[in-house]
Design a protein around this ligand. Sequence first.
Ligand code: PLP
Length: 379
Amino acid sequence: MSEPHSIPSFDLKRNYARVEEEIKDAVLRVMSSTHFILGPEVSEFEREAAAYLEACRAVSCASGTDALILGLMAVGIKPGDEVITTPFSFFATASCITRLGAKPVFADVEPDSYNISMEGAHAAITPRTRAFIPVHLFGQMCRLEDISDTLKENDIALVEDCAQAFGAHRQVGSRMARAGTLGEFGCFSFFPTKNLGAYGDAGMVACSSDSIAERLLRLRVHGASSTYLHEEVGINSRLDAIQASVLRVRLRHIETWTEERREIARRYDMLFAESGLQDVITVPVEIAGNRHTYHQYVVKAKNRDELQKYLAAQGITTRVYYPLPLHLQPCFSYLGYKRGDFPVSEKLCDEVLALPIFPELTADEQERVAGGIAKFYGR
Ligand SMILES: *Cc1c(COP(=O)(O)O)cnc(C)c1O
């Protein structure tokens, strides 16, 4: 009897096979140009990405983490400032705040969308609040329309963490709100496994005006306005041309791949609905008006750890995003938070399980994943 093949949580090789020739052409073009850092390839990518996102401008940088740091630097965040964000996210969402000497102030998430609660964020505002970093977690946008007026009234900068939400949007009234364009800065990561991934580290800040873009262009090259003239102290965070050339190829396919992810999500929804697992598996909710890009398909599962082990034994890889909320990370203990402060986030950390999802995942593989889960619960 032959063993069924294993199912990874993502598979970049299958994706590469679809674009191999285009990528090789693009990378070789850069190699022969010998223009490796910034330059025309990078500017073209920034233009194309800004057009896709419907952002005024886009300024690329070396990673999503740097995009957040650059955004906060451009806001002018300094020691003593407070920045409100979610405790249920990747580490960089909070570390960018402490890197600038400011204080992260957390507000709990909503149990349905896993996104930061706008009511909670409201309640966390103090006279020291200078910025708000909502995370469009797993590819679905936050309900930012519920807080945008308050932010403006209180002069609080909106820095969206869009690392997982390239191409997500949300219908607000008659308007289509696109992730990364609602506030001053939209920070993107092109880490290889993100929906739009480079073949190395890469990031970008979408911004709302030319003057903000000019400031970011300086900050990413040591604060230099021209060669060896420094208006302020920035950082060294540039995109290299090879990554830009890869991103330009992959950007041309992102709509197709996003639709494929959405179709995969609908098939999972259907498989779980048919298997009658509603008492033990809660599927992710797409909030009305949202275009969820399904960077991850994250269920809440009873006996999560046991289920994960059971699936692993059958060659099915799943992941836990995130096992420990940010307010309980040892490096942030000085902030004085304790277990029980954000019960929704803490509970999610014990329950969430990200199932395999990538554009090339097959229907057969999805059936094996759902079948394995049903079997674990004895159905
Ligand atoms: C990936 C990610 C980041 C950081 O991006 P890098 O490119 O890895 O530095 C920040 N925030 C969130 C929510 C992420 O998922």
